[in-house]
Design a binder for this molecule. Sequence first.
Ligand code: PXP
Length: 407
Amino acid sequence: MPTAFSCQYPPGLQADVGRRLQKEANWLLRECGVADHHLAVRLVDDAEMSRLNGLYRHQAKPTNVLAFPLVDWADSAAGNADATATLAGLPLRELGDIVISTDTARREAAELGENPGRRLSRLLTHGLLHLLGYDHERSREDEEEMLGREEALLGRLNQYRRTMMTTLAVNVDHIATIRQARGGREPDPVAAAAICELAGAAGIVVHLREDRRHIQDRDVHLLRQTIKSRLNLEMGANREIIAIALDLQPDIVTLVPEKREELTTEGGLDVAGQKKKIGKVVEKMGKAGIPVSIFADPEEGQLRAARDIGATFVELHTGHYSDAGNEEGQLHELRLIAEAARMAGELGLRVYAGHGLNYRNTAAVAALEGIEELSIGHAIIAHAAFVGLDQAVREMLAIVRHGSLSL
Ligand code: PXP
């Protein structure tokens, strides 16, 4: 998409706020018919805002938003040619700069009792309308026109937000792991699934392993009968399990690599290296009306192979991101996931992500564009031991839904 965005974070501001604003800025550019324009957004603190306000408006005090247009809309309907720039090989016109003070945004939000994220969205929309030639200071009519447009855009932006909200699927394998430790009946993953659904999970995930170390055949059959959201059956491309899946008819099948000696799934499926074998499984599932997701490392070759064999979804492996030893490594892995999500979308694949996500590292992944659902197990079940399953799911859901909305 020929939209672009740049963002300068003041120290301490979470990068996911910038990413969420980027999604919204891209949406706003499209909605306002200027998706072929480049917009620069800077998030700054009050000190920097006072400096800029003094320099350009002779008012050396903080303000919430400043807009610096580069297009003279009165000059030509499409913007003047002088503002044309070439970015990444695409002829993008420069729309201008929007500078937002996050300190002032936060203060105003507290005064107005508004969500700080919503305040940022409003300031972004306000700044953009200025870049598009609206000016509430010109006259009463101009003020009404600009504020009317702003409210209308924010209303639609809220609807868009709902559609772009990432959902949570809970993996209940570890409930079964605890049960199997004593070989009895409790705790029951079927009961756990019902609690997860009531707490807001959009799907339940179980991995029926060849060695049946946690989930049992009885579990998947009862889950199929009782789950009201979506049953996602994780499985290796193994003949016995394929037959069970075809009989069970889960809502989705996720193909993963499976080794008996591993503690948990260790990496994405090498679909590029075994296209024929995996392609046959996808074909069988397709004939039975079961969409297939491929658990894949965030690599172009794997995504292309998943598309080539007719998978509907890819679940991007977030394990390397979760395991990264330092912030730099984590950021690098996050960028790979973001790039893979974008690429998968362009290839026509729907995108899920998961593995190793927890209460600290999930918000940044949830804020990435194009990821529909996160599949999370261990962290939720571990937290449930202290706070209860209902509470553990709700806390994770809040992070998935709103983690990127807070300043
Ligand atoms: N996605 C896949 C494909 C998995 O194999 C697992 C682990 O069973 C998960 C997600 C969930 O990982 P975690 O338990 O670390 O949240």
